[in-house]
Design a protein around this ligand. Structure first.
Ligand SMILES: Nc1ncnc2c1ncn2[C@@H]1O[C@H](COP(=O)(O)OP(=O)(O)OP(=O)(O)O)[C@@H](O)[C@H]1O
Ligand SMILES: [Mg+2]
Length: 391
């Protein structure tokens, strides 16, 4: 048997798994966020750098023009010894030299800025890739998580269902055993007791026959009564087991008989209202099921309800037999009863479950509505034909 504890552990595992996934999703989300922030910062830096690069290029262009001019001047000055003195040459040389150095420095600076820009562009591309991948992951993890959460919750509810079925199996067996015990007790206390009394009375009659014929006659009269009542008792037990009239007379007369015995037995006022019900149209298995369900509903009313009135309504509509058994008793809180049942699976409580099972086996549906202080209503809806018609 699957133990109750394991489902709690499973629930815990499921919870932890989902939590871990949630966490992972959050982390990916955070990564995406910080990558996006970095991307934004880098874009700002790039814009700044871009204008620096532009400035540097312009500066290099300007300087190279100047430097070209200075070289030209130097050439002119150094070719015209007559026009220019040594000082002039030196000055022109110095200017050209200075401009050359400046230009070289600026070029270097320009190269450095361009390299920086290339690197920035690469970093931006990488950040964008991270953002895109993280976003892709976030959506995919979300989808996968939905699947997983569904599947995991299904697993735990499936196991729950299985456990319930298993417990119900045990309950069914226990209920069957109790039913047999009750029958054995009924026969032991009733007919068996009566039969042993009958044997004693027969022996007494045998003795009296020779001595006192009048007394013997009286004893035989009592004997007849005893046999009669035992017969009645045996018939009742048989009827409880499987009303033969269900096969001979059909559902409605059997119900009528059952209800009148119930009224005699309990003093509860039961109104049986049946209409639009052609018994030939209703399958035998369905009749048996309906009878058993009414039987259990009435037995619950007798055992638990403290009702004074019961209304049973039954009719056929659109291929379904509809039945409602309503009492004006104390009602009950379904959740409380369910809770009690779960707490001790060996504790009776097979009745309502059995009714439901019976109805569902024949593709029908049974619901129990009840409210404390407001009575109970059992509603049944069951197809009158269980065998699918061909064609
Ligand atoms: N008509 C009713 N009025 C009041 N309480 C009811 C009625 N029918 C059922 N109950 C409550 O619901 C519980 C479950 O009913 P159910 O028939 O499943 O079990 P049970 O009658 O206790 O046991 P079993 O039918 O196996 O002998 C009952 O114990 C009772 O508390
Ligand atoms: Mg019951």
């Amino acid at each position: 048997m699957v133990e109750e504890i394991s489902i709690e552990q499973l629930d815990e595992i499921v919870k932890k798994t989902i939590e871990a996934l949630e966490n992972g999703k959050k982390q990916i989300f955070e990564i995406a966020e910080s990558a996006r922030q970095e991307w934004k910062d880098l874009e700002v830096k790039l814009a700044e750098l871009q204008s620096k690069v532009k400035e540097a290029i312009e500066e290099v262009e300007r300087l190279s023009l100047l430097e070209k001019e200075s070289r030209y001047r130097l050439m002119v000055v150094s070719k015209n010894f007559k026009l220019y003195g040594e000082d002039d040459i030196k000055k022109a040389y110095d200017i050209a030299r200075e401009l050359q150095i400046k230009l070289a420095l600026k070029r270097e600076n320009e190269q450095y800025l361009i390299a920086q820009r290339t690197e920035l562009e690469m970093r931006i591309r990488r950040a964008r890739e991270i953002v895109e991948r993280a976003e892709y992951l976030v959506t995919h993890v979300a989808v996968a998580m939905n699947y997983l959460v569904d599947a995991l919750t299904n697993i735990s509810s499936t196991i729950h269902e299985l456990q319930k079925k298993e417990m119900m199996g045990i309950r069914i067996i226990t209920a069957q055993e109790q039913e047999r015990q009750r029958l054995a007790r009924d026969i032991h206390d009733g007919p068996a007791q009566s039969l042993s009394n009958i044997v004693l009375k027969c022996e007494l009659c045998e003795k009296l026959l020779d001595r006192d014929i009048e007394k013997a006659r009286k004893q035989i009269g009592e004997l007849k009564q005893l046999v009669k009542s035992s017969l009645q008792e045996i018939r009742r037990i048989i009827f409880d087991l499987r009303p033969m009239s269900l096969d001979d007379l059909g559902l409605v007369p059997t119900l009528q008989r059952y209800v009148s015995t119930f009224i005699e037995d309990t003093g509860i006022d039961v109104a049986l209202e049946v209409y639009d019900l052609d018994e030939n149209a209703v399958d035998k298995v369905v009749e048996v099921a309906v009878f058993r369900i009414v039987q259990e509903a009435l037995s619950n009313i007798k055992k638990h309800s403290k009702a004074t009135k019961v209304h049973i309504k039954m009719y056929v509509k659109d291929g379904f037999l509809i039945a409602r058994i309503a009492d004006n008793g104390i009602g009950f809180d379904k959740e409380k009863v369910e809770g009690q049942k779960r707490a001790d699976i060996h504790e009776g409580g097979f009745g309502i479950y059995g009714m439901k099972q019976r109805a569902e086996l024949l593709k029908g549906k049974l619901t129990v509505q009840s409210q404390e202080g407001k009575g109970t209503t059992v509603s049944l809806q069951i197809p009158i034909n269980t065998i699918e018609k061909e064609g």
